[in-house]
Write a new protein. Structure first.
Length: 190
């Protein structure tokens, strides 16, 4: 059994994903996950409050990375460019977790309760984006709208990245942000 806490967490997550894909989400218990990872159930609960959290841990790291990127964005960036910058800066977090994130998304997509939990976690991310934008002087309503649009663009970018062979998530982020920006452009005349 590995002693390093991060290695144990990763083993638990890998075991959980394997079991969820093999048996389905509902029948798998924390005890099953712990056994498959070669640790005790007590060790499982030291790392995760329940089996759902195996799929949703890591948001704190992501939010911290976004907050840091937002605060370090050039002061002359508007809200939209600041958010694009922050998501591009957080790209390594996604890239490092791609092997985990792809099966995670498949599992979440098949369970309404997990979808609801994912939406709650995304609201937490959006709330962090809003507060960081407000700290930069953006009015709260504008910050809220921009954050919601950025989250939608990010969802689009990550989905496209999972579906393609492109190895650079940043290309998909840029494309999604450009597509949102283009929505406010006048339609071409025929």
């Amino acid at each position: 059994m590995p002693r390093d806490a991060e290695k144990v967490r990763r083993r638990l997550q890998e075991a959980a994903l394997h079991l969820f894909e093999e048996r389905g989400y509902e029948p798998v218990t924390a005890a099953h996950i712990a056994a498959a990872a070669g640790v005790t159930q007590r060790t499982f609960f030291r790392h995760f409050s329940d089996k759902r959290e195996v799929l949703f841990s890591g948001e704190d790291v992501f939010i911290a990375a976004l907050r840091e990127a937002l605060s370090s964005a050039p002061s002359d960036f508007g809200p939209w460019e600041t958010l694009r910058h922050a998501l591009r800066e957080a790209e390594p977090t996604f890239v490092a977790n791609r092997a985990f994130s792809m099966p995670r998304q498949r599992i979440i997509a098949t369970h309404p309760a997990l979808q609801e939990r994912a939406q709650t976690k995304m609201r937490d991310v959006a709330t962090a984006l809003v507060s960081s934008l407000v700290e930069r002087g953006v009015p709260e309503r504008s910050a809220s709208l921009a954050a919601q649009m950025a989250m939608a663009a990010m969802h689009q970018a990550v989905s496209a990245w999972f579906e393609s062979d492109k190895s650079h998530l940043g290309d998909h982020i840029d494309q999604a942000f450009q597509e949102v920006s283009a929505l406010s452009s006048p339609a071409p005349r025929k």
